[in-house]
Design a protein around this ligand. Structure first.
Ligand SMILES: Cc1cc2nc3c(=O)[nH]c(=O)nc-3n(C[C@H](O)[C@H](O)[C@H](O)COP(=O)(O)OP(=O)(O)OC[C@H]3O[C@@H](n4cnc5c(N)ncnc54)[C@H](O)[C@@H]3O)c2cc1C
Length: 506
């Protein structure tokens, strides 16, 4: 298995060890899928070997291999998609929340349990709150030293088998708290708490022997010391966890695509049609080449994201980019692998159809593709604001066309100068409004003075304004404004080949 140059020797050795282990237990995984047993024995072995400690610091009983180590483990375990999902979401998934927001006592008591392989569950989704996770209705009311939880959660992986549950509940209905995302709180809930039960187990494609279900909370007491972070900090705890979980899911994809290749290539080398192996058919070669492209890109994106996390860099954008790119690649890759293998690809006698099913599930679980795209759009636009500033363009003095350029900032501004600037902007970007930011790059003017001038020009009908809650954001000269600024000839421009400039065309 390829390792990256930035991996430590310990991480490289760990990768070899964990892949060797997975190879050893893969037959048992296949067996439990057919018999539809939860693979307890595999998880017991994982715990004994301490693989779930990959992302846990050594002082808390882990292997101290960071997010990179956790992804190495996730990639390897997801060569068995069912147990891999439990491993990723629910053994590793609760980690970050505790590492970042847990008290010292919580870290000392919980992290060694995760390192030893104890199953956990991430408990966010509810019947009436999916993508809109901030709208959860499960309540937690403080009564002395305990919080009392009431509500229902659904789609929870490891429902009934998990010992530890990272539960998010509403602790405030104050509109101000809701507006500021301060209405949620995170808790660790232990299995066996009074009033806590499994309501239903779902059948989910791709997860034939992995429990996923609905949980019911009927006046469940949770000790205050099990609160993770402060009251009202639940949204931040959840987000930290989701970025990490999305990175781990991206690592899962790498495990699946690798399996697609490991199956499709040897298969096509042995399947003979029209007197030659099907791998000799260019249509199959292109699909296999695409599988390799996706494997390489998905792997690089995943381990780069994990590396950033290990360096302490915010990975909100990268983890969501990785999840979108990897999950969509996995879906297409599994369809391609099935196509290469023909009918055999769609039977459960090869592991390809299972991978296609889990690839589809991961378009939804851990944050839908749309939810990830929303995060990417909002966060990346903020992060890239400097790069995304509009390139200033000016009209070339002899060519008369817009080209990149600079203009001196003017100290003086009045209605006439402002209107002339808007008219000039019409020549450069005839279909666009100009932003407040752009105007302030042209003139040394404060916001209040600029508003006053713009509103006055608007009243005279020379300017059209676009307003948001924040105030005036965009402006453009109206037809009357353009005429007021310059005579019509000023705006004319014809390419040199029009009558070679000799004749007037109008
Ligand atoms: C197999 C599986 C395992 C899961 N495991 C867990 C778990 O362990 N713990 C847990 O808490 N949850 C878990 N989930 C729940 C999962 O996180 C949710 O299913 C997911 O967040 C989407 O919620 P929803 O299914 O209610 O879809 P909805 O929120 O109803 O969305 C339906 C569709 O509308 C789109 N949509 C919704 N809002 C917007 C928007 N604003 N803009 C654009 N598109 C939008 C969605 O992207 C989706 O395509 C799991 C789900 C599955 C299927």
């Amino acid at each position: 298995m390829e390792s990256y140059m930035w991996w430590t020797e310990e991480q490289k050795k760990f990768a070899e060890e964990v892949h060797a282990f997975v190879k050893e237990v893969m037959p048992r995984d296949a067996e439990t899928r057919w018999t539809r047993e939860f693979p307890w024995d595999i998880f017991q072995k994982i715990g004994e070997r301490g693989f779930t400690g990959a992302g846990i610091p050594k002082e808390y009983g882990g292997l101290g291999l960071g997010a990179t180590g956790a992804c190495i483990a996730a990639e390897a375990f997801c060569r068995m998609p069912g147990p891999g999902r439990v491993f990723v979401g629910n053994m590793l998934g609760g980690l970050r929340q505790l590492i970042e927001y847990g008290t010292e006592e919580q870290k000392k008591s919980m992290l060694p349990r995760i390192a030893k392989g104890e199953l956990g569950a991430i408990v966010i989704t509810e019947p009436f709150a999916g993508t809109d996770a901030a709208a959860i209705e499960t309540t937690a009311k403080r009564e002395g030293d305990v919080y009392i939880l009431n509500g229902k959660k659904r789609y929870i992986v490891s429902a009934g088998v998990a010992k530890r549950h990272m539960v998010y509940a509403r602790t405030s209905d104050n509109p101000e708290d809701i507006r500021n995302y301060r209405h949620l709180t995170a808790f660790i809930l232990e299995k066996g708490a009074p009033g806590f039960s499994v309501e239903k187990i779902n059948e989910i494609i791709g997860f034939e022997n992995i429990q996923n279900g609905v949980l019911n909370f009927d006046k469940v007491p949770v000790p205050v010391e099990n609160r993770v972070g402060q009251e009202g900090e639940g949204w931040r705890v959840m987000t930290a966890g989701l970025n990490f979980e999305r990175t781990l899911i991206s690592a899962s994809v790498v495990g699946w695509i690798g399996e697609l290749l490991r199956n499709a290539v040897p298969y096509a080398q042995r399947r003979v049609q029209f007197g030659r192996p099907t791998i000799d058919i260019p249509a199959n070669q292109f699909k296999i080449a695409d599988l390799i492209v996706k494997t390489k890109m998905a792997r690089l994106m995943t381990y780069y994201t994990a590396y950033l996390w290990d360096l302490g860099v915010d990975i909100t954008v990268e983890s969501n980019v990785a999840k979108v790119f990897n999950c969509e690649s996995a879906m297409q890759a599994s369809i391609d692998a099935i196509q290469v293998m023909g009918g055999d690809g769609v039977t459960p006698f090869y592991p390809i159809e299972e991978i296609m099913n889990v690839a589809k599930v991961e378009h939804i679980a851990g944050g839908t593709m749309e939810a990830c795209r929303l995060v990417i759009f909002r966060t990346a636009l903020r992060q890239m604001a400097e790069d995304l500033k509009m390139q200033r363009r000016v009209i070339h003095p002899t060519l008369g066309v817009p080209i990149p350029g600079k203009t001196e900032k003017m100290k003086e501004i009045d209605e006439e100068k402002l209107l002339a600037a808007l008219a000039e902007d019409y020549r450069v970007n005839p279909g666009l409004f100009i932003s407040r930011e752009d105007i302030r790059e042209l003139f040394d003017v404060d916001n209040a003075a600029l508003d006053e001038l713009l509103i006055s020009l608007e009243k005279k009908g020379f300017v059209k304004l676009y307003r948001t809650k924040k105030g005036i954001e965009l402006a453009k000269a109206t037809y009357e404004g353009l005429n007021r600024a310059h005579p019509p000839e000023y705006y004319r421009w014809f390419p040199s080949w029009i009558n070679n400039g000799k004749d007037r065309i109008f």
